[in-house]
Design a protein around this ligand. Structure first.
Ligand SMILES: NC(=O)c1ccc[n+]([C@@H]2O[C@H](COP(=O)([O-])OP(=O)(O)OC[C@H]3O[C@@H](n4cnc5c(N)ncnc54)[C@H](OP(=O)(O)O)[C@@H]3O)[C@@H](O)[C@H]2O)c1
Length: 452
């Protein structure tokens, strides 16, 4: 039941559909990458899809800003007017694939208001308006299906809402933005700078001309919002996701982390602790032996820890026409078959305590540019120790010459044991004031992704 969350629509035929010859009538809004993938899949795998759906899936209408000559619309009528789809009450399902947050939201809202089914890949509208849309689907007896919205072709919505429904999910951590993962991989494997790796990603079509959403972590935060809402029933709280991108990560950090036995990955992490739920997106050092450490290039993966299943890992293509279409078509097949799971009831706002980033406990990677003089490391270690911060490992790197003072300096790299972030911030304030510290301190969180 890939991501189908609300049901009992009068327009969605019941389980009897296996003997019902009437095809599921769909309209598609948008004719870009994903929509073209959906048409290709419905056309190419038509027979198998019909068998699994118990009936045909008929694309009746397609509406988008511009026609795409050469794209096989499978007999659908094309219009540049989106209301030709949203206003056609004979359609069972509207597939929203235009993206963005304004027109898309309006059309999803109006379709749900009419009690019909919506399939969407749009994590942005779910992250910001998911609660309203879930409620609307429930009130009007519609369906809101969105398996494609998180991690493209990976059936992670299905996993979190159904396959792991018997678990208390304790935490999940994912590489959920392929562009960022591609860039970090290129930096690690080829020693490219962030800027060069980003240019590569753009040339290959993995990054948009404006890459902000991807490299600053916003896209990952949208997806983490949706996963957290489902895993912890906390509603869609996008504003509460702490978000840091990868643009500050350097090749040096990646190399130092490697020498310490770690990889740097851009992770979305959601965790339930006794003190509340934390949601955060940031570059993270993880041990090189951790499975997520070997997820490279544009691939995505999500690791979910449940109290019964333990760790389960979901890996695959997080984007692309056909992988994303695979999830859209899975939702359509579910709807065609009349699957009607319950909407997960979200907790009331006062039942949810969220942790701010300063409350979060993690290990830290620190890179401290310091004068190359005797006793400096001891002074750093003393300050950390005064804040009850234990050092797990440290390396002192090759000497460099300070541009302004011409003094010799070295980056001192330290890995710490887990410590509350507010404590680390206080300690680093003190470290930064040492006269031997000659530049900004770089810090990154370290996660072992285990319950230990
Ligand atoms: N691409 C992926 O791999 C992927 C993966 C997972 C989820 N998604 C999500 O899937 C959705 C679609 O992504 P996409 O990559 O297919 O985007 P896309 O290639 O940019 O396609 C968007 C389509 O919608 C049309 N459109 C945009 N705004 C419109 C408007 N106001 N009125 C009418 N038509 C409009 C565009 O028309 P023109 O052709 O004239 O520009 C285009 O055909 C987004 O929500 C995205 O986040 C994408």
């Amino acid at each position: 039941m890939g991501g189908v969350l609300a049901v009992s629509s009068p327009s969605v035929p019941d389980q009897t559909s296996s003997t019902d010859a009437r095809p599921l009538r769909i309209g598609i809004c948008g004719l870009g990458t994903v929509a073209q993938g959906v048409l290709e899949l419905l056309g190419g795998n038509g027979e198998g899809i019909r068998t699994r759906a118990g009936r045909g899936i008929e694309v009746v209408r397609v509406a988008s800003r511009s026609a795409k000559p050469g794209v096989d619309l499978l007999g659908a009528e094309f219009s540049t007017d989106l209301t030709s789809v949203t206003g056609d009450s004979s359609l069972d399902v509207v597939v929203e694939l235009i993206g963005g947050e304004t027109t898309a939201l309006d059309l999803v809202r109006s379709t749900l208001e009419s009690g019909r089914a919506v399939v969407t890949a749009n994590k942005a509208i779910l992250a910001s308006n998911g609660d309203e849309l879930f409620a609307l689907a429930r009130q009007r007896g519609g369906v809101l299906a969105f398996e494609a919205a998180v991690a493209g072709g990976i059936p992670i919505i299905e996993a979190v809402t159904r396959s792991l429904a018997g678990n208390d999910i304790r935490w999940l951590a994912g590489i959920i933005n392929g562009t960022s993962n591609y860039i970090l991989t290129a930096m690690a494997e080829r020693g490219e700078t962030f800027e060069a790796a980003l240019a590569d990603a753009q040339a290959l079509g993995y990054a948009e001309a404006d890459p902000t959403f991807d490299v600053e972590g916003i896209d990952a935060a949208h997806k983490l919002t949706v996963l957290s809402a489902l895993a912890f029933r906390i509603g869609c709280r996008f504003e509460d996701v702490y978000t840091e991108g990868i643009s500050e990560v350097t090749v040096e950090d990646i190399e130092y982390a490697r020498q310490l036995g770690y990889r740097i990955k851009h992770l979305g992490i959601a965790r339930r602790t006794d003190e509340g739920v934390q949601m955060r997106v940031h570059p993270t050092l993880i041990p090189e032996t951790q499975l997520l450490a070997s997820v490279n290039g544009v691939m995505n993966a999500v690791l979910v820890n449940g109290n019964a299943a333990g760790d389960t890992l979901y890996y695959g293509a997080g984007a692309g026409a056909l992988p994303t279409a695979s999830s859209i078509v899975a939702d359509l097949i579910d709807i065609a078959r009349g699957h009607r799971p319950d909407v997960p009831e979200m907790l009331a706002a006062n039942e949810v305590r969220l942790q701010g980033i300063e409350e979060v406990v993690t290990g830290f990677y620190l890179r401290i540019p310091s004068l190359d003089k005797p006793g400096v490391f001891a002074r750093l270690a003393t300050i950390l120790s005064e804040h009850d911060i234990s050092i797990e490992a440290a390396i002192q790197k090759e000497q460099a010459i300070h541009m302004e003072t011409s003094e010799a300096w070295v980056p001192i790299v330290i890995l710490t044991q887990p410590v509350r972030e507010s404590v680390m911030i206080r300690a680093l304030d003190a470290v930064q004031k040492l006269p031997e510290v000659v530049g900004g301190i770089r810090r990154m969180r370290v996660e072992h992704l285990s319950d230990a």
